[in-house]
Design a protein. Structure first.
Length: 564
């Protein structure tokens, strides 16, 4: 690299700050300037909900690195309150507005990195600009929300959007004694999850007393006249509240890129190659503003998470300094905790595979304890593992529980990075002591169940067809469990009696077998298939049934079948 190469970086938080610091470690000579239109760089956006909830009490804790630190430690010049308003690609210049003085100036660059992030969506609804309606993206946003809560002694809130940020905000508002209603347009919370997995969240939040308006959308905001806000919804609800948080998603910040004529991808993010280079060879882009190839489906994707933004920033720095680094693609490994629940996921969901026209996959469900059952306090983890049904390659996993959830998803995420299969999960040697796990960890068990399917030891029933295709449904739990609730129309023969009661089973049609969580049904499948019966396992058993068909199959037959 030539001395004094001028590198300008637009946006000084996750992607931009990572890029600047990495670049300095690789090139002591380069002139590196980090520009941000806000008052801070390198702040912890992921910590903002917890600042609102007063878990993080001092704003200064959110400031991971200051301009002074960047200068002293890395010899990186930081210019805050500095908005880049245009790029002149031919002259290799940017135009910057100093937001304090209002002055404009131009700077020449050899390399330009765009990490402008994404903007919170504010839909053009009537009343959207009323005071008390907030989005959360920056430290000043969180400060304004805190001040509003405190000066108005806020008691009631609506959170619009039940995704990651909406749920974290709901929890943090509740921490401050505020009664929260979550309004979500989709039929489920946490829309990136498959719906039957989200049901475990609904069950938990309902028992926790949270108010959910699922399948409903806000249509208008009105002033209540006394400083409050009236929220009206499509289904006719009228909610009178003191504060509204909009958390309905983000849109990549592409203004500069569009103005400069850089290529924009089909998902609306800045198009980059696997070295984070835009359609201009001197301009790189990283983070929430860009779209990337999805690691699993191969299709262009937008996944606004801090991990990819940081890694992409590093990769851009490495490429600028002459290394041949490449981004592997977006995997979507994410975790979120609220009201005592942890939700984590990695890779593709059934929904995303179907959207990408991938069909040769299979999913298994399991509900193991987060540690050995005999050690007090084991909490269930509801897991779904999705894999290629021919070669067992892992495509994705989702989990909901209270403890140990993210650890299992992290292990699976790493296996996926290495191109792993369900056989690898089966064989993985993981930490075990009774208080932490099980000798057969939930990760191992997920691999074993899936490997049984790939090897052909057991066939899975299609939950979507339950109750509609004339199969016999056999519940092999004990009579007391059966009496407490079962799949509608199921016949009960406990596993222990099965060998003596074979003549009660049909040989002319399929038998779909269920139990509590799928394990006894698997034993029954093995037993009956060796006696010549045509059997399939209802993966995940009655636990999965209740999540998939909360209203039962007959009551909700049509609805349920459209929920896949
Ligand atoms: C409340 C909240 C909670 C989150 N929680 C998590 C979490 O728990 N886990 C997770 O993985 N991710 C989380 N995220 C997402 C994560 O923060 C982002 O994915 C990540 O910060 C994206 O990094 P970025 O560099 O692309 O953009 P950002 O970090 O948003 O930085 C963009 C910066 O660019 C500046 N900028 C934009 N345009 C210009 C311009 N023209 N000139 C100068 N400056 C400009 C902006 O002011 C901003 O400071 C959360 C996000 C929010 C808002």
């Amino acid at each position: 690299m030539t001395a004094n190469k001028r590198v300008f970086i637009v946006g000084g938080v996750a992607g931009g700050a990572s890029c600047a610091a990495r670049l300095r470690r690789l090139d002591e000579q380069a002139e590196i300037v980090l520009l941000d239109r806000g008052p801070y760089v390198s702040f912890a956006n992921c910590g903002l909900p917890y600042y609102v909830g007063n878990v993080i009490q001092n704003e200064s804790a959110l400031l991971v690195a200051t301009p002074e630190l960047f200068l002293k430690r890395f010899n990186i010049e930081v210019r805050i309150h500095s908005e880049v308003i245009s790029i002149d690609r031919a002259a290799r210049e940017i135009e910057v507005r100093d937001l304090v003085s209002g002055g404009l100036y131009r700077e020449k660059y050899d390399a330009l990195v765009l990490s402008p992030g994404a903007a919170a969506i504010r839909p053009p609804l009537p009343g959207i600009d009323l005071p008390g309606i907030f989005t959360l993206r920056t430290v000043p946003d969180s400060r304004m929300i805190r001040e509003w809560i405190e000066t108005r002694s806020a008691k009631r809130a609506v959170v619009v959007g039940g995704g990651f940020i909406g749920l974290e905000m709901a929890e943090n508002l509740a921490r401050r004694g505020i009664e929260v209603t979550i309004v979500e347009m989709a039929d489920q919370l946490m829309p990136p999850l498959d719906p039957e997995m989200a049901e475990f969240i609904h069950q938990r939040l309902e028992t926790h007393g949270e108010r959910l308006q699922l399948g409903d959308a806000v249509t208008a905001f009105e002033s209540s006249g006394d400083g409050g806000i009236i929220v009206r919804t499509k289904k006719g609800a009228t909610l009178s509240v003191d504060i509204v948080i909009l958390a309905i998603g983000v849109r990549p910040e592409t203004f500069l890129a569009r103005q400069a004529g850089l290529e924009i991808g089909m998902r609306g993010g800045i198009h980059v190659d696997d070295q984070m280079r835009t359609s201009d060879e001197n301009i790189w882009a990283v983070g929430d503003a860009v779209e990337n190839r999805n690691f699993i489906t191969g299709v262009p994707d937008l996944i606004p998470l801090a991990g990819p933004a940081n890694r992409q920033g590093r990769i851009a720095a490495e490429v600028i300094s002459g290394r041949d680094s490449r981004f592997r693609g977006l995997q979507g490994t994410a975790v979120c905790g609220f009201f005592g629940i942890v939700v984590a996921m990695t890779g593709a969901t059934e929904k995303s595979l179907k959207r990408a026209n991938v069909t040769d996959f299979q999913a298994v469900y399991l509900h193991p304890g987060h540690h050995a059952g005999y050690y007090p306090g084991a909490k269930p983890i509801h897991m779904k593992l999705i894999f290629n049904k021919k070669d067992g390659r892992i495509l994705g996993a989702q989990a909901v529980g209270e403890e140990g959830v993210e650890r299992r998803m992290d292990v699976i995420a790493m296996a996926m990075q290495l191109g792993g299969t369900v056989f690898d999960l089966e064989e993985a040697e993981l930490c075990y002591a009774p208080q932490y796990g099980a000798a057969k960890d939930p990760v191992n068990v997920s691999g074993m169940i899936a490997a049984n399917v790939v090897r052909g030891d057991v066939e899975l029933a299609d939950w979507n067809l339950l109750g509609s295709n004339g199969t016999m449904i056999l519940d092999v739990r004990d009579p007391s469990e059966f009496a407490a609730g079962t799949i509608e129309g199921a016949v009960n023969i406990p596993l222990g009696q099965l060998r003596e009661r074979l003549e009660e089973l049909p040989r002319d049609r399929e038998i779909w077998i269920s139990c509590g969580v799928g394990q006894r049904a698997y034993y029954a499948c093995r037993l009956l298939s060796q006696h010549g019966f045509n059997v399939r396992n209802l993966s995940g058993g009655y636990e999965s049934y209740r999540a998939r068909y909360p209203q039962g199959i007959h009551v909700a037959d049509e609805v349920a079948h459209t929920r896949t």
